[in-house]
Structures are given as C-alpha cells and as structure tokens.
Design a protein around this ligand. Sequence first.
Ligand code: ADP
Length: 650
Amino acid sequence: MSATVEKHEFKTEARQLLDLMIHSIYSNKDIFLRELISNASDALDKRRFEAIQQPELLPEGTELRIRLEPDTEGRRLSIVDSGIGMSRDDVHELIGTIAKSGTKEFMKKLEQAKGSEVSPDLIGQFGVGFYSVFMVADRVTLVTRKAGEDTATKWESAGDGMYTIEDAERAEAGTTITLHLKETDEEDGLSDFTEEWMLRRIVKQYSDFVAYPIQMDVSRTEVERDEDGKPVEGAEEKTVTTTETLNSMKALWLRDKADVPDEEYNEFYKHISHDWQDPMARIQAKIEGTLEYRLLLFIPGTAPFDMYMRESRNRGVHLYVRRVFIMDECKELLPEYLRFIRGVVDSEDLSLNISREMLQQDRQIERMRKGIVGKVLAFLKDLADKDAEKYKTFWSTFGRVLKEGLFADYENQEALLELSRFSSTMEETELTSLQAYIDRMKTDQDAIYYMTGESRKLIEQSPHLEAFREKGYEVLLLDEPVDEVWTQSVFEFKGKKLVSVGKGAVELGSEDEKKQAEEARKEQQENYGSLLEYLQKTLSEQVKEVRISNRLTSSAACLVTDAGDLTPQMEQMMRAMGQAAPEVKRILEINPKHPILEKLQTRFSADAGDAALSEYAQLLYGQSVLAEGGQLPNPGDFSKLVAKLMTEAL
Ligand code: ADP
C-alpha cells in the first residue's frame, strides 16, 4: 500500500460553497447530522439493493446500521455506516467536486443573493448536504471502503480549499466520517454535539423514521443495590455500557395520520428529497383492491432547479415492497409531467426481486402508475376547489410542467384542462380556469378562443384580437412555449371547441351574423380580386395566400397560420430541438376597410404596372410581421423602404 498523500484543490464551485458553509449561512447548525444520516441511509439502501443481484456485497452477519461515536474530551464526533462506501474515484468525484448539472445555475443564484442570507432550500436543492459539516467542524476526515473492494480511502479537509486523499485501512465496507468539532458557542448555534442528550434530540427530531438503526453506546454508572433497591454499602461504582438505538425506525406511511405531527412528515420529506425546505403539500393514500399499495407523496415548496433540464436529476419516488426498500428514483411510477413529486410508494404485491429493467414492462407498475396519477390529480382538484390561494402558488410553481400532461397523457387530458390556469384578456393579473371562461362566454359565442405567442404583452398588441375585442369575446393569452405544443393536440373542453385566433378563418357571432359576414367577405374578395392576386404574386416568396380578413377592425393586415400548419413559434421550437421542421408559409389577411387598402386599390386600378406598388406590398407584409412581434428576414431592406416613403411623404 502506498503511503503517499495526494493534495488536491477543490473545484472552484465547491470552494465557493465551502466558504458559504463556513461563514455560517444557516443558523440551524443541527441539520449537519440530518444530512450525514441521510447520506448514510442512502448508502445502506444502495448496498442492500445491489446485494440482491450480487449477494457477495453483503456477507452474512453484516449489520446494516449507522453508529454515532461521540468523544467529548477529544471534541470529535464520528458517524459510521455499513453502507455501499466509495471508491477512491468516487471520493474525488462526489466529495471533491460538485459534479452535478446545474452547478452554474446555483452559483448564479448565490451571486444574486450576495449579502443577504442565502435561503436554505437553495443549498438543499443542489445536493450539497455533505458540505454542511463545515458549519460545525474545522476539520473533517472521511474513511471509506466500497463494498466489493479491498482497499479503503481516506479523505481529509479543513475546509480551506484543499483536501488530501490517501490509501487507508478499514476492516469492512462502509464509511466513517469524523468531525473535529469547532468550539462550542451556543449563541452561534454551536452546541456540544458530543453530548448524549443532544444527539438523541437531533436524531429524534430529524431522523426518527430512518429505516436503519441509528445506534450509540451509552454508559451509565451503576452501584450494586440490595433487594429494596438501596445501594449496597461499600460497593464500588461500575460503568455499564450498552448500545442503544435512538430512532424508532417506524415507516411513516404505516402510521395513523392522527399520530404523526406535520413536522415529522416534513422531516421525512427532507430526508427522502434532500430538500432543506418544508414541502408545499402532502398526498397520502392507501389503495386496496386487486392491487394494494400505500403512498405518501409530497409537492416541494419550490421548483427543483433542474425541473426543465433534459438530464434532470429527477429523483422520482422511492419504491418499497412490503416495507422493504427496493429503490429510489423510481421514475416508472410517475409520468414526466409529475416529475416534481417526491415520496414513497409501498406495494403489497410486487416481487421483492423486481429490478430496474423489469419495471418498464411490469403490468402492475403500469396500473399503479395510473392509480397514482389519479390520486395526485384528484388531490390537486380538491386543492383548487378548497384553497384557491394555495393552488395559485402551486400553479405558478409547477403549472408549466403540469401542462406537458395535456399532450402526453391523453387519458387525463380533461382533468388536466380543468386544473390548468391561463392569462386572459379579461383578467389583468389573475389567471383563469377554462370553466370560469365558459361561465363568462357571450350567449352567441360557441368556442373558447386563445392566441399563442412569446409574451402576454406581444399577444395583446397583435391585430388578430381586434374583432374579438369588438365583440367582447374573451381570448386566452398563451405565452409559454409548452402552450404551442399542447394546443396542437387539444381541441375541446366540455364540448366547447378550442380555437386559435391566429389560425384559419374566423367566424364570430350568431349563425346569421356569420353568414352575413362571410357573404360580405366574399364580396370584398371579389372587389379586391385583382389586387389580391397582384399582392399574392408579389409576395409569393413570403406567403401562400393573400385574402380578405374577418378579424381586423383597425389594422391594415395581419399574418395568420393555415388551419393545419405549424405556428412560427412551434417551427422555431422544433428547429431549436434539432428536429426537421417544414418551412411554413402563412396567409396574409388584409382589412378591406382600411384606408391603406382603399388607396392601394385606387392606385392599382389607375396603373397596375406602377413600380411603387410592389414596395407597398413589401411594407404591408413587413408591418404585419412586426405587429405580432416577429422578426423580419431583411430588416435593412425594410427600413430603407420606410425611409424612402418618409422622404416622399414629408
Ligand atoms: P447529496 O446527498 O444531496 O447527493 P451530498 O453532498 O450530501 O449530496 O453527497 C454527495 C454524494 O456523496 C452522495 O450523492 C453520495 O453518492 C456520496 N456520499 C455521501 N455520503 C456518503 C456515505 N456515507 N456513503 C456513501 N456515499 C456517500
């Protein structure tokens, strides 16, 4: 064995994080122990799970447990687990760096929060639990040996930006973390973390439900006593040491709800999710029938920072089978659009030997997943009905993700539409539900109208809304990228059609009114026939048709997407995702009552060969692109034309 000690520098991000920890951003220092116990418990889970396939990883007689070893005189506290352990490379990667996606984002947020206290949930979200040891220790030693390997590794750091790594000895697989504690300073939250009662209290408070025994040797001095319980005179005091288990290890989801205080549920949530903040809501259920399982799920208080990243860390839910932990990050039990949910599902029926590979085809898993989705959606419906304020918070945090279900989960489309909230022309700041929209619909209105776009402001300015405003029809303003996607596959809600005001033809009002409007439009179409043809020919590169509009009242022209075509935003999104998107040409609709059109017509009638006409056609088109917040392919040409026009007019 080499005795060389390698010295390393922490990666920059890790160093900054350490600084943060040392300079005590978090007043509740107790939680370092919660973090270490959580990590130990995860490591024990992993060892037990891997041993299903490789029994040699768990030799007979191995006790899966966590030990606390305090040393008051030496001002040390060790946390010892018999979990999976780490290889030398693991230690480098897991402890020496923060090799996780999203680190950059984290640093950005830290930067923003500079000066003010960094909120604890931020730290938790980025999975930097281990570093919290430096809140209470000025030096930390970690000795670890991975199950299945013969060598052990020692890692040590004083949190000063450097750490050392060397070979070490450890009799069995597992990890020992020794904290060289800072001086006690009650005011600063630095209690004496070697005291028995202190450790008991912290374990009880944060880690009572941990499924492995958290043990500690407890010594008592005893004197020999007589039959009446009185000390025997002259007998010597003896010190008796016993190993005590500090936690009850009771699975929380099996206990009667009435017996479990909220705080305990919240701690459990933090334990399984590695979040530092209380959850927003809790969903508990026991499902009976052909399939039996219990669930204890949580909606986090804030959105995980990586909710929109493709390589999301997505921890999913923990799967248990008859109280035995099987795996964490079980994604098969939840659809993607509920990826923010954390918690536990405990099945009575699955095989204890179920592997990750089997999950994907397992019929029972599929049925459980449906049941779980049903429970979650029913819970959300109930929340929306009973606590509008809380639902609002929920929606603003997770609504965007939930909307993905509108196109991904056809079976629950109606339920998800009911849960969805949207901006609308009728509401300045509040969001509306589709039901509320339907309740406000005009008597002659038969469809739910919406418009998609980049932002509420841009959509509001778009000429497409003119006729709807005039009629007093409400229009939903859908300004999130996901809206472009779901509106391609949702066509109805409660018997009402969902209609885009930027797509296809527009027909508003009663049957009679529609008929009249259509007749008037046809007439105008004929009146303007040759001009329309001319415009279409001139703009054939940009648009597929030029026609008379029913949706404009004050603007001269606008661009609409043909009924079956992709919207420009959708086209852009597909390209951004590296998908082939067909080049879609749109339709230019013109307002026959607008003076520009009237004058164009006059000029066109006078001289169809007038060279200025084609410039005006380009201007008309360019203006329509700008009106809806679009980008001109040749802004330079457009601005030259405008300048020319101004010079002539001035
Ligand atoms: P998190 O636990 O949120 O992932 P941590 O900084 O607490 O972040 O830990 C980083 C990683 O180090 C863990 O994900 C785990 O892989 C490893 N680790 C930490 N403690 C232990 C332990 N006691 N045994 C085995 N691996 C551990």
